[in-house]
Write a protein that binds this ligand. Sequence first.
Ligand code: 5AD
Ligand code: SF4
Length: 441
Amino acid sequence: MSSTTQATPIPLSRKPAGRSASGAKTACIRTFGCQMNVHDSDRMRRMIQDAGYAEVQRYEDADLVILNTCYVRENAVDRVKGHLGELNRLRREGRVKKVALTGCIGAAEESAALQRTYDIDLVLGTHNTYELAEFVGLPTMRETYTPELPGTEGEHNAFVTIMTGCNYQCSYCIVPSVRGRMICRPMESVTREVKNLVAGGTGYVTLLGQTVDAWRHEGRRFCDLLEAVSEIAPRVWFTTSHPSNMEERTLRAIGERDTIVKRLHLPVQSGSDRMLKVMHRGYKAERYRRKIEVFREATPDGTLSTDIIVGHPGETEEDHEQTLRLVEDCAFDSAYIFKFSPRRGTEAATLPGTVPDAVVQRRFLEVLRQVEQNAFLRNQRKVGEVEEIYIRHGSTEDGKAIGETWSGHAVHVNTGAAPGNYVKARIESAGPHVLYARIMN
Ligand code: 5AD
Ligand code: SF4
């Protein structure tokens, strides 16, 4: 199952070193994890470019390598360790000169041990990424690279951070301790950035934050901000939301506003009230179900996705059954399913009732099967429909581009259209994860 919080798999190539054609200093940024990290990487990219670095894709071509990391699950740390080991080897061979570790692992306690073991030159958390500016030789720091500034100007598709941190204390989650408490960005600052982006050619804006729907500022709430942005940008989406903050008004706005992509990502984590309480999620399964009913009624053709954790300490067979039941009732179009991973410093890491690996694996597959069955059936219903598709990634050698419908479905389509354009195509077939469409002549 793919995940918004998983790193893009990056092969560690062993080809001979090469430098940028101009002989300039070179840097390579690898991003692991969620959209917040993608956005932070964009900001760091601007810093290295301003400092005169040419960006390269391979470690062995880079003077400076920046690993912008995720700490949400244990395997994320293991993966980063693999990259650090490879970088040590390249450094010994004189190919890579400096290594920086940034993002959520950088903000965690564990980073000190990693710095010693792997001899990392710079470790930055999520609150002080601006210090990278100084490291790469730029004179100004904090003022120049605050989150106020656009990270992706001029791109067809941009992420705009509207809030950072999180005020929840979910039992299993490391985010509040590495990202801090919620800070909401003023509405005018967001709308100004969106206006600039749109003027610069951006056609798709995603509002970002750990709990975007908790955004509030000077009496205004998330729905006010979403509506304002939906009047400026031609295409808008937002992620991630928290069920306790999701208002009916927002659910209705998704259905009513033409420029909002009709896709809701609303992490539920579990279908069992008992587990939701242990996790400190702040809602019961019934309240979640009711919100989904409103969404489905307001947006019958929309798509719904969620996050689910299997094997949280203390999860019983009965809890698991209730999750399966909720998955069936909500008929998710997709779900990111996670096996519980104990994160040091979280409450869940100290709780009794560890679920054996084999049980976690079985439950994982049962939830996955249930999600995929529903998703496949729902996707089948789209076959034959003609859709306006936004191209996200241009075509590869097989001539297929990857796009997105207004309902939020991912589509493979046979077009040479560049990212940022729209094409009209007929859905010809469907799998559990994507639709396959053919351009209309
Ligand atoms: N173990 C497993 N999954 C986790 N998530 C967050 N922390 C953990 C953890 N310790 C999942 C949650 C969250 C998503 C981003 O990652 O489902 O919504
Ligand atoms: Fe983590 Fe819970 Fe905050 Fe989401 S709402 S970031 S799961 S603490």
